[in-house]
Each structure stands twice: as structure tokens, then as C-alpha cells.
Design a protein around this ligand. Structure first.
Ligand code: VGL
Ligand code: ZN
Length: 201
């Protein structure tokens, strides 16, 4: 079975949002169109409490996009985004959610960030996404959404680590930093991940 993972297609990552990814809205038509090619479709949702420690606002004297040490891990400080229950945390109203059979929320622990849909950034706690996919006999995981160099990349990397074949659908994702995404793709390819285009599906 092949699963499609729709990563964080939420208002705050779209133009006008708190942490807008350039051209983030361009992924939505493909996210809608590609669903019909998959037996299993799931979504992730970045879902932070207001006092999440990935927010620059929680660290006096720190600026957005600075990196700090947070409990032993490098942490980029973000603008407040995807706050639980806020409009910014909602999925885009243009995203078709009808075939999404489960939503995995992440980033709920204020003390640790969670880029991957599978684990927090310290691999301390699992979301049970791997077990869910194994329960559906999924072997291939296709990843699209936002942002390419953070949540899409870390989700694909953890998918490989969990023994799935992992594919990033390159034209259905957009990065915060193009250089960051270039490095991420090289690293994933080195681990056996595949970078494909939607026309190959
Ligand atoms: C994301 C930064 C902070 C993402 C989430 O979805 O890529 N990036 N939180
Ligand atoms: Zn976040």
C-alpha cells in the first residue's frame, strides 16, 4: 500500500500567515489532485500551545530565526504560529480533507519542537504514525506540503528510519530556505530516499 502524507497545509504557512512559506499555496492544487492515486491519505497539523518554546516570543532578548540551545537541541526560533485553536492553525479552506482518514498533530509539548510527523525533534516521543501506517500495510510513503526543508524533510527522513520507502514530491512542496532544501535532498538521497515529481505518479 502507498500512503500520501499531507504535511502542515495550514493557514500560518500560507501567504499572509505568521510563518508564510514563499509560494506555499502552490502546493494545494497538487495536494488535492494527487489524493486519488493513493489508498491511504493522512495529514499532519502543527499544533502548538501559546507558550511553545520554539517561539522567539518565549525567550527574552531573542529574535525570530535565531538559533538557541533548547534542552540540548539546536532550536530555530520562530514567530508564534499554529497556535492550538487559532485560525492560523486551521487547514487551508482550499485543501480537500474528505479523503484524509487521520490527522496527526505535533508540537503539542511546549518544551520540544516536532518537525517530523513521526517523532519530536529529540526522538523522545512518537506520534504513533509509523504504527498507524504499518497497521494499514503501507510500505511506501509519499510526502508533500510545507515546509520542504523542515517538516517535509524530517518526515521523509523518519519514514526511511522506520523502514518505509520514502518519496518527496518535489513540485508539491516549497521550502523556507532553498539552500536548506538542496542539502536536505542530498542527505535524503544518500539514505535511499527518492525525490520525484508529481508527473511520475
Ligand atoms: C514547520 C517550522 C516550525 C513546518 C513547523 O511545518 O515545516 N516549520 N514549525
Ligand atoms: Zn511549528
Amino acid at each position: 500500500m502507498k500512503a500520501l502524507l499531507l504535511i502542515d497545509i495550514q493557514n500560518d504557512f500560507l501567504p499572509g500567515g505568521a510563518l508564510a512559506v514563499p509560494d506555499g499555496d502552490k502546493v494545494i492544487p497538487l495536494a488535492n489532485l494527487l489524493q486519488e492515486k493513493f489508498e491511504v491519505v493522512v495529514a499532519t497539523q502543527d499544533w502548538h500551545p501559546v507558550n511553545h518554546k520554539s517561539f522567539a516570543s518565549q525567550h527574552e532578548g531573542k529574535e525570530v530565526f535565531e538559533t538557541i540551545d533548547l534542552h540540548g537541541l539546536d532550536q530555530v526560533l520562530w514567530p508564534d504560529h499554529c497556535i492550538q485553536g487559532s485560525q492560523g492553525a486551521e487547514f487551508s479552506s482550499e485543501l480537500n480533507m474528505n479523503r484524509v482518514e487521520a490527522i496527526f498533530r505535533k508540537g503539542t509539548d511546549p518544551e520540544i519542537d516536532s518537525y517530523s510527523g513521526f517523532y519530536d525533534n529529540g526522538h523522545r516521543k512518537s506520534t504513533a504514525l509509523a504504527e498507524y501506517l504499518r497497521g494499514k500495510e503501507v510500505k511506501q510513503v509519499y510526502v508533500l506540503g510545507l515546509a520542504a526543508d523542515f517538516c517535509v524533510y524530517f518526515t521523509a527522513k523518519d519514514a526511511l528510519g522506520e523502514g518505509f520507502e520514502a518519496f518527496i514530491i518535489e513540485d508539491a512542496t516549497r521550502p523556507i530556505s532553498p539552500e536548506g532544501f538542496k542539502k536536505a535532498k542530498e542527505e535524503l538521497a544518500g539514505k535511499g530516499g527518492k525525490i520525484i515529481r508529481s508527473s511520475e505518479l
